[in-house]
Write a protein that binds this ligand. Sequence first.
Ligand code: XMP
Length: 502
Amino acid sequence: MRHVLVISFGGQYAHLISRRVRDLGTYSEVVPYFRAGRERVLEADAVILSGGPSSVYQEGAPTIPEELLKLRPTLGICYGFQLMAKLLGGEVKRGKGEYGPTKVRVQDGPLFEGWGEEELVWMSHSDYVSSPPPGFRVTAWSENGYVAAFQHESLPLYGVQFHPEVSHTRKGRKLLSNFLKLSKAPKNWSNEEMMKVVMEETRKQVKGCRHVLAAVSGGVDSTVAALVVKRVSEVPFTAVLVNHGLMRKGEPEQAVNMLKNLGIDVVYVDASSEFLKELKGVKDCEEKRKVIGRKFIEVFSRAVEGVDFDCLVQGTLYPDVIESGAEPGADRIKSHHNVAGLPENLQARLVEPLRFLYKDEVRRLGLALGLPREVVMRHPFPGPGLAVRIMGEVTPEKLEVVREASHVVEEELKRAGVYEDVWQAFAAVGDDKWVGVKGDARAEGYLVTVRIVVSEDAMTADWYRADHELLDRMAKRISSMDKVTMVTYAVTTKPPSTIEPC
Ligand code: XMP
């Protein structure tokens, strides 16, 4: 498919750019810098160089061959802008840095069509372009006197120091749309086109399958993936839902019913007590993940023993496909992947209908396929479930507290009409106790922390500025629970915290 190619110089920066391009109606792909070559660039209509955490002069700093810069219309962003400057003969130096909202004065240039003379942008850099390469002119200056943008006098080469992909850059979307127009990038990514491509691709992937197996959780990804396969193929289909006992309140029953209503019969395995037994005495977070992962594989394998399947549906999303090659040196903070995932030795061909899509696109696809909005907009939920919202050992008592309290948090958000405004919202509990008074008597109960975050992709997150009355309603309901005497609200961003406590 025709596309804009985003060359990634560091993890998630590139995906945000790619999502914005798709939102503007042009299909985009991401390639890590070390896999970007001449052929890959020539397949694209235009190229965007992403930001990244490095400095261009650092030893081993990510780079690409200079020739890749002149094959297609190209826009460099932040690190990509500095790299462009360096590769084409300009100069980059270490400066005082600019972080957060910054004013820029726009000089001219088609990239800034629709911008005022002075606009607010989002900066995050310490290096700066001290001298643009020969043949380039400065098209915007920052309020601190740094080059904020440049363009080539005759070639379609552009660069910006700030981040047009983040919403804090008020006219960022307009700038990206100007670049797409200047590059004559095709308009080829509407909902209808996306649906068509996904269906066609899945049809190809399922071709030749005798019996398709799907592990479902009731979450949006596995549900949409299963539904797409059902829509494009008549092949025998078995869906399996393993309940590890760590799901949200009412979730297993709702999931099975919802799938049934969609015409998907589910083999439901309740292994709650088996998992709880296995988790007894396990306090360490990573160890918990490992235990759950191992057990999941065991239970799942048992459940499908009699099923003669040769294809397996997975709800893998685009960022995972790109990231699974893992960038050199990339650090895993928590071992997320493959927790409550499937055995690696299943002799089955993978069918991944969503492998080209971002989460928001999966949601749009889900709605277009007729899934209830409640299912489509449900917050992401970690594979190991409530176990990562419990600090220390997973006991039936703490599990009950966290499940009920999380339910209160979600329900109150829905009542206030703000559930869809946030990325995730839940309660967490550890072993700390707080002395309280209940019914005139001294009572020692759990300290429950409510965490509500806004985020674009879970890589960074901000705590949600919740209305105080809403927090009050949550706190009253949660602290009236039998074993709870204190409710706190988490007000730390990610980084330095992570979203889940464990
Ligand atoms: P953290 O806590 O690292 O979480 O900020 C980032 C996102 O990942 C989810 N998460 C997990 N998902 N298995 C998963 O499938 C895991 O072990 C896991 N741990 C965290 C988390 O809910 C958030 O959306």
